[in-house]
Design a protein around this ligand. Sequence first.
Ligand code: ARG
Length: 606
Amino acid sequence: TSSPPSLGLAVESLECGGRTGSVKQQLAKLFEGSLKVIFPEEPNMEPLIAVCTAKFGDYQCNNAMGIFSKIKGKSTAFKNPNSVGQAISRHLPPSNIIESTSVAGPGFVNIVLSSKWVAQNIQNMLLNGIDAWAPILSVERAVVDFSSPNIAKEMHVGHLRSTIIGDTLSRMLEFSNVKVFRRNHVGDWGTQFGMLIEHLFDNFPNWEDTGEQAIGDLQEFYKASKRRFDDDPSFMQRAQQAVVRLQGGEARYRNAWKKICEISRKEFDLVYQRLGVHLEEKGESFYNPYIPKVLEELSTKGLIEESDGARVIFIQGQPIPLIVVKRDGGYNYASTDLAALWYRLNVEKAEWIIYITDVGQSQHFDMVFSAARRAGWLPDAKSILYPKTNHVGFGLVLGSDGKRFRTRSSEVVRLVELLDEAKSRCKAELVKRLEDNGKLKDWTDEELENTAEAVGYGAIKYADLKNNRLTNYTFSFDQMLNDKGNTAVYLLYAHARICSIIRKSGKDIEEIKKSGKLVLGHADERVLGLHLIQFAEVVEEACTNLLPNVLCEYLYNLSEIFTRFYTSCQVVGSAEETSRLLLCEATAVVMRKCFHLLGITPVYKI
Ligand code: ARG
């Protein structure tokens, strides 16, 4: 059935701009076509397509029951859900995607995909690149606010989680052709700078030339100035005045502030470099000039009230109001976030704004979003309209004692040291492994370094991302660096093994991509093929629900399904060699894309 589809918009837009969307989206278009024919007076019926849970099909359409209960009594055209299902199935526009359909008792339409189409789809991806499998999302511009450590304070494991999760979500959105603003909302403004600056002036008179070396350890510097602030009332007073002079724009104070920010930034960058994470800083200070105007607007709209000398916004259902001007007249975290939200909506014109912090801040964001809704900046909470905002909360990182992850001396863990340890452990492990199998001589030192880095950092990221982000997880090098089980090490090695199968075949895979033909003959080949083509909808789901673990689960299952295929189907030297090499290559390509989206560097040999 290759005749052109005759049914309107839905099917035509299938091939819009060469992007077809996920299999689910493609099936949805077909079912939308059918629903439109059967129910022309109900134009916006949304097709409900899901992966089939029973073995009667690959996917299923779940609309019949809902439709029947809606039209029952109003129309006599259908006597039960099953007959609705039958009609849906009968009116499907012709397509080469679907091999056959069957209707189950209560009207579920089971869909068996054409194996030929699945194979062609995979070959098409191999020829045109995995971008052909990017999902189509309904947003074009998004802000992802992540990492966001505080100047002069330690960047802790919470910020590490935010960095890892935010980077992954940004990557997935970017892959889905969304323009992403990767925002580092660093805490670079606030009253703490008063004490930091005065402490700098007192103790480091040459700070302008030597600042960095002199200050050395910025966390120690912070603690020392905090001690003085707490213990010495006259210092406290000076610090408070310093805040006023800094905010008034006095040059010496501005410069000192800049210097402190610079030193912090360099330290943060060490972490970002190791993790390969790219961010664009717009810190709290950036939004400061916008605050008065924004608060004025909110005030005009009647949102701001006086309470206890502070100016606040009351939010329905919240026990405490959102303070937007403190009693001393100063602005705070909330006023900055309101201004930032205003800026993101009106200047950056973002349709989706995503904030990534620990769950502890969810009340803050709830209140900011509610205020924005009251101001009419955002549509109703239950609405599916844009712009929309989401707080992506995450749980704690725990130590082996089940408490918040700390070093032995109960200090916060230094991220750079953590990352370095992951790398050095991996290197030691790798060297031992290669010594054992006599392969160490085949490796240059650079290769060892790069592999250790990829595996070590990848392990930390994957251990974080594989859990539902809301759960706390225990940080354990032993667990995350295990080469068995659901770890990055296992997955990276699985990928390297597939690459070596292809290499050892001695065949030119680029050539085979063009001349060979992929056929899904064996049942395990078909299962693998089916899993491969679900890639786009998995990314789509991970984006829509802001859940990176969905992609991790897919990746882990992919490697398991590949193993099953490889166990039952001989590749090299078999009659199906060409086809099976293509399947190996497709698996490797999809695995690599998963790694890429998770911010993990793949390795090709082990
Ligand atoms: N600096 C904050 C912290 O360390 C996180 C900022 C999150 N972003 C925001 N727009 N509030 O907790």
